[in-house]
Design a protein around this ligand. Structure first.
Ligand SMILES: O=C(O)CCC(=O)C(=O)O
Ligand SMILES: [Fe+2]
Length: 314
């Protein structure tokens, strides 16, 4: 991994920059200090870019993925792989024939990504929770979805059905398209934008509702999982941002192009991002708990807790 890491260019405070990391696989040379530097850059809201992916994708696998026929369904979702269950979801009728091959390919991508990240992001290794991986075979340009599910609008990630209770969403992408870049926009980081957003959108009334607080503490006492106020707030930010056409239009943006055979990673809960175009990508998500962070005070949870003066996890 011979990590000559260098900022591509300076960015104004509050905006993400690209940190380029050379990933020539000399793992034994990769030190804890270098890994920590990458983790701190990620936590600060920067995008870590690997011009050549460290994940080997055998030619036969690539061929199968690139031959994936785009579904005609307007609301077709990405195909997900659940590593803990070794199961693929989101397949359409007619795609089931290839399900077994796809499961094998996504399992390999998931395992190789985790193997790589265990060294590359050494301070987090073993502390994260493995989330889903995904295959993104649909052309993003002109893709249709309901407003809150649109990924061509700037947003911070917050999964409506998979609350993290304060853990961070780390995503590792690889562009497997042989010719076409994957094109993103990014805008302000959560550190800069979160406080403004919360002020503007107001706090969800659920934060203050005594009944809900009562239910949450009862659920806690019974060791039941309940959705945390943190997740409510993050989802609210996500939605309000996508609903605000004026913001989408006028906020300063950086265009990012991820070429074929490159990988990149970021905390998508603190980098506002949108995908404009590109087809065929693989992705692995990891949830990094607060306790593993090197600068936890920069996390969306810490920012929101200091803003609201409340504990927001359950
Ligand atoms: O597919 C991509 O390139 C990113 C889309 C996105 O924003 C997401 O999956 O949350
Ligand atoms: Fe996203």
């Amino acid at each position: 991994m011979n990590a000559a890491t260098a900022p591509e260019r300076a960015a104004s405070p509050g905006f993400s920059r690209t940190v380029i990391a050379e990933s020539r696989l000399a793992r034994e040379k990769w030190t804890y200090t270098q890994a920590s530097q990458i983790c701190r850059n990620l936590e600060a809201g920067h995008v870590v870019f690997l011009p050549t992916t460290p994940i080997e994708i055998p030619a036969a696998n690539r061929e199968l993925l690139l031959g994936w026929k785009q579904s005609s369904s307007l609301y077709h979702k990405n195909i997900a792989y659940r590593p803990l269950e070794d199961r693929v979801t989101g397949l359409q009728k007619g795609e089931a024939r290839q399900a077994e091959n796809l499961r094998r390919i996504l399992r390999e991508y998931s395992q190789r990504s985790v193997e790589f990240l265990k060294t590359f992001l050494l301070p987090y290794a073993g502390k994260w929770k493995l989330e889903f991986a995904s295959f993104r075979p649909i052309e993003e340009r002109g893709r249709t979805a309901r407003l809150h599910a649109r990924n061509d609008l700037l947003h911070f990630d917050s999964f409506p059905t998979r609350p993290t209770n304060g853990a961070r969403i780390l995503r590792f992408f690889t562009n497997i398209n042989p010719t076409q870049n994957r094109v993103w926009l990014t805008s302000q980081t959560f550190e800069a934008f979160g406080p403004l957003m919360v002020k503007r959108a107001g706090l969800p009334s659920s934060l203050d509702h005594p009944l809900l607080r009562g239910i949450n503490s009862l659920a806690r006492a019974l060791h039941l999982r309940s959705r945390s106020p943190y997740d409510d707030l993050m989802l609210r930010c996500h939605n309000v941002m996508k609903e605000d056409a004026n913001f989408q239009e006028t906020t300063p943006k950086t265009r990012r192009e991820f070429p074929p055979n490159s990988s990149w990673m970021l905390f998508t809960d603190c980098v506002s991002h949108a995908v404009l175009s590109g087809q065929y990508a693989l992705e692995q998500t990891l949830l990094v708990p607060q306790a593993a962070l090197l600068d936890p005070q920069r996390s969306p949870l810490a920012i929101l807790e200091s803003l609201t003066g409340r504990q927001l996890t359950v």
